[in-house]
Each structure stands twice: as C-alpha cells, then as structure tokens.
Design a protein around this ligand. Structure first.
Ligand code: COA
Length: 319
C-alpha cells in the first residue's frame, strides 16, 4: 500500500508581535480578559506589503530543506488559505513561482480554519491513488487584513503565519496519513463569515462572528470528528500520542482534549503565542512541536479542526 508520509515540516511567523496590551490601546479590552477567555497572549502581524504568498513561501522552503527535497521535485502544491493575495490567480501559483516548484500543479483550497485538514485529505488521496509522489501542503494566512480593528469581539482572536508539510509517497510502510474525516454544513454559514467578497461587495470584507455559537459547535464537532477518524484508522483514544487541534481558543482545545479523555500533556498548544491563524494553525503547531523534539517516530498524531462554513474534519498521522 502507498502511504503519504511527512518528510519535512516548516513554518514562518512575521517578525512583528502584537501583545494584548498593544490591543488594549486600540480597543476597549485588557490582557486579563483576553487571557482568561481565549488563552491568547500575543499574535504575529504581517508587515505592510508582506503577502500570504510570502509567508507561505518561507514555510515551504523550510519544509523542503528539512526533507532534503528540491522545489523542482514537488509535483503538487496546495495552499490552504482564506486570505489569498489576489482574487486570481491563486496564491498557490504565486508560491510556485517564488520557490521555483517548476514541475508542480498548484492550486488553492478554501475551507477557512479547516483548510489544512481538507488539503491533507486531497494530498493523501492523490498519493494513495498514484497521481502524486511529492505534495507540498501549506496553510498560510494574513488574517490581520480581514479584521475590523475596532471590533473587540473578533480582532483579539486572530494572527498571521504559515506552516507547511512535504508529504512523500512511500510503499510498504505503517507510517504516514492513516485517516482523514471531513464534513461541512452550509446552513451554519452565517455564524462565522466576512461581511463581503469578490462577487457580493467587491471588497474582502471583515470577520463577523457569533462567538458563543461557534464555541459550542467547535467543541462538539472537533471531538466527534476525531472519534470518526480514529474509528476509520482502527484506533481508539488510548492510542493517541498527541492532539494537535486547530488553535482557535485554549478553552476549546482543552474541552476537546477532555471529550477525547486525553491528559493536557498530550495537547499541543500554540494559540497562546500565535492566536488563531486559521488554516496555518495546525502546521504551525506541528512545526513548533518538531522544533522542540516532542514527537517520536510512530507517534499517533490527531489533528481536528473546525472553521467557517461550517467546515470540520480530522487528519490522523502515524509520525
Ligand atoms: N475585551 C473585553 N470584553 C469583551 C471583549 C474583549 N475583547 N469581547 C467581548 N467582551 C465583552 C462582551 O461585550 C460581553 O460584555 P457584556 O456582558 O457587558 O455584554 C462580555 O465580554 C462577554 O461576552 P461573550 O461574547 O459572552 O464572551 P464569551 O465568554 O463567549 O467569549 C469569545 C467570547 C469570542 C472569546 C468566545 O465566544 C469564543 O472563543 N468563541 C469561539 C471563537 C472562535 O474560536 N472562532 C474561530 C473558530 S475557527
């Protein structure tokens, strides 16, 4: 059987850091409120002129270097993003040009905060079916560009960044992607959305959210999706080595870990330093854990996500 194995993992965070205290000088909020309700202490913000494709290209280069694979050897390049550089062409083709992935098929995938999990599912399907051998999956966002910086209910939650993994086809291995579960429900589209877009208003719009509704769905659906993916892989919650969820809010993450009966030591948490970077949050958290040597070969890593749409899903990897 052919499996999609992670050969390299990279990340990029813009150098500018915005703390909760910085935010409290912009809107009526404070560090204590933000920490207690979200666990967030700071977020990275892209510099003027620094684009989603710049963040993505930096993360991609690091993933390729770690894998020892050149950009020219990549056959498929997927960018999961909800904050593309332009309406078209895709951010993925811009990244392709920036890193020199001259032989790749490049495309964007839009599933908001579930984008990375959705992209991993596509990459896995391409590799298992023999249609791809080296797939670069990137989650990259400049969420700061779609925030209303006068709305304290939303602007405190998000940050910018990018993470990338290189998946390679390997035969006869037990490692790699074991299962992917995804689902969506468009009847819930209005609880988390932007106020505009290309066709509707000809502007990108800003984030608008019913926080409590999103919170309720996130805990329930991330945990149930995790269980479905475990069942698909023939595993149980006892087999989980690490839970690396979409980094939305520390309270959502601990509730999700509790529902899966996992001790907090098995939860990889970066939301405190990165805030919610949408489709970039899981690969950023993966890269952070790799950087701190937390994973061992054969570890079972469970990555549930939920995003606007609603979209949700889980990817499970044997590291
Ligand atoms: N600073 C200070 N006070 C704030 C505030 C802020 N940044 N944002 C809201 N408040 C106030 C509200 O105005 C409200 O005041 P009131 O009681 O006088 O009306 C009070 O705090 C409570 O607001 P509420 O919205 O009930 O808070 P909450 O406990 O639900 O927390 C979120 C708000 C956004 C942190 C929480 O709902 C959440 O995390 N939701 C999920 C969001 C998410 O993860 N979205 C992305 C998913 S991919």
């Amino acid at each position: 059987m052919t499996r999609a194995v992670v050969a390299g993992c990279g990340s990029y965070l813009p150098s500018k850091i915005m703390t909760n205290d910085d935010l409290s000088r912009m809107v009526d909020t404070n560090d204590t409120w933000i920490r207690e309700r979200t666990g967030i202490t700071q977020r990275h913000i892209a510099a003027k002129g620094e684009l989603t494709s710049d963040l993505a290209a930096a993360a991609a280069r690091e993933a390729l270097a770690q894998a020892g694979v050149s950009a020219a050897e990549v056959d498929t390049l997927i960018v999961a993003t909800t904050t593309p550089d332009d309406t078209f062409p895709s951010t993925a083709v811009t990244v392709q040009a920036k890193i020199g992935a001259t032989d790749a098929t490049a495309f964007d995938l839009q599933a908001v905060c579930s984008g990375f999990v959705y992209a991993m599912k596509q990459a896995d399907a391409l590799i298992r079916s023999g249609q791809a051998k080296r797939v670069l999956v990137i989650g990259a966002e400049t969420m700061s560009r779609v925030l209303d910086w006068t709305d304290r209910r939303t602007c405190i939650l998000f940050g910018d960044g990018a993470g990338a993994v290189l998946l390679v086809a390997e035969e006869g291995t037990e490692r790699g992607i074991l299962a992917t579960h995804t689902q969506s429900d468009g009847t819930l589209r209005d609880i988390l959305k932007t106020t505009g877009g290309t066709s509707s208003t000809q502007t990108a719009g800003v984030v608008e959210m019913n926080g409590q509704e999103v919170f309720r769905h996130a805990v329930k659906l991330m945990a149930s999706s995790g269980l479905k993916a475990l069942e698909q892989a023939g595993l149980t919650t006892d087999d989980i080595s690490w839970l690396v969820p979409h980094q939305a809010n520390a309270r959502i993450l601990t509730s999700c870990a509790n529902k899966l009966k996992l001790p907090e030591e098995k939860l990889v948490m970066t939301v405190d330093r990165h805030a919610n970077t949408s489709s970039a949050s899981i690969p950023l958290a993966l890269a952070d854990a790799v950087h701190h040597n937390r994973f061992s070969q054969e570890d079972i890593i469970v990555m549930p996500a939920l995003g606007a749409g609603l979209t949700w899903g889980t990817c499970i990897i044997r590291w």
